[in-house]
Design a protein around this ligand. Structure first.
Ligand code: GAR
Length: 208
C-alpha cells in the first residue's frame, strides 16, 4: 500500500475528491496517510481530521525564504515516508530540491489545459480570469508530475470543458473542478499507485 501525502493551502475540494474516492475503493493500492497545509486554519485540514487522516501545518507565513520552506516540506515528506505527493490546491512554488528528491512522484492538479494558462502567477481564480480574457472556447484541467519548471512536468491526464458566453471566473472554476479536477486527480493517484504510469524522455504514458 503506497503512502499518499497531500499538500494543501485552502478549501481542499480536491482533497475531498481524493478522500471520497479512497472510501469508494477507487484508489487501488494507495491510502492518504497525511495532509500537510501551508496555512493554519485551512478548511482542508478539517476535511482530513473528519476522516481520521493525520495532519501537519507548515506555515508559509513564518517562513518567507523559499529555500528554507522547501527544506521544511522535504523533511516532512521524508518523515512521512511519502510514496506519492499530491499538490491539491497547494499555492506555494517549492524550489527544485523537492522535485529532485521525488522525481515523477509529485503530482499537481492545474485548473487549465497546460501548456496554456500556466506558470508563475497562474493559480486559483486568476487562471479562469485569464481564460475568459483570452476568448478561448475550451478550457479544462491537467494533472502532471511536478519538475523544476513551474507547471512544466510530464502531463498525465487532461480533461476539457466548454467556455460559455455567460461564464464568470467563479462559474468556470466550478465547472472545471466538477467535470475535470475532481475526476482526474483520484484517477491519476490510483494509476500511480497501481504502477500504471511510466515516464520516458519527459513524456508520461498511462497503461490501462
Ligand atoms: C483548484 O482549482 C486547483 O486546481 C487550483 O486551486 C484550486 C484549489 O481548490 N490550483 C492551482 O491553481 C495551483 N496552480 P481546492 O483547495 O478546493 O482543491
Amino acid at each position: 500500500m503506497k503512502n499518499i501525502v497531500v499538500l494543501v493551502s485552502g478549501g481542499g475540494t480536491n482533497l475531498q475528491a481524493l478522500i471520497d474516492a479512497e472510501k469508494r475503493g477507487e484508489i487501488k493500492n494507495g491510502r492518504i496517510s497525511c495532509v500537510i497545509s501551508s496555512k493554519e486554519g485551512a478548511y482542508a485540514l478539517e476535511r482530513a481530521e473528519k476522516n481520521g487522516i493525520a495532519t501537519r501545518v507548515i506555515p508559509k507565513k513564518g517562513c518567507p525564504d523559499r529555500g528554507e520552506y522547501s527544506q521544511r516540506i522535504l523533511d516532512a515528506l521524508n518523515e512521512e515516508k511519502a510514496d506519492l505527493v499530491i499538490l491539491a490546491g497547494f499555492m506555494i512554488i517549492l524550489d527544485e530540491r523537492v522535485a529532485k528528491a521525488y522525481p515523477n512522484k509529485i503530482m499537481n492538479v492545474h485548473p487549465a489545459l497546460i501548456p496554456s494558462f500556466c506558470g508563475p502567477g497562474y493559480y486559483g481564480l486568476h487562471v479562469h480570469e485569464a481564460v475568459l480574457a483570452s476568448g478561448v472556447k475550451l478550457t479544462g484541467a491537467t494533472v502532471h508530475f511536478a519538475n523544476e519548471v513551474c507547471d512544466g512536468g510530464p502531463i498525465i491526464l487532461q480533461g476539457a470543458v466548454p467556455v460559455r458566453n455567460d461564464d464568470t471566473p467563479e462559474s468556470l472554476q466550478q465547472r472545471v473542478m466538477e467535470e475535470c479536477e475532481w475526476k482526474l486527480l483520484p484517477r491519476a493517484a490510483s494509476l500511480f499507485c497501481e504502477g500504471k504510469i511510466t515516464v520516458e524522455n519527459g513524456i508520461a504514458r498511462v497503461s490501462e
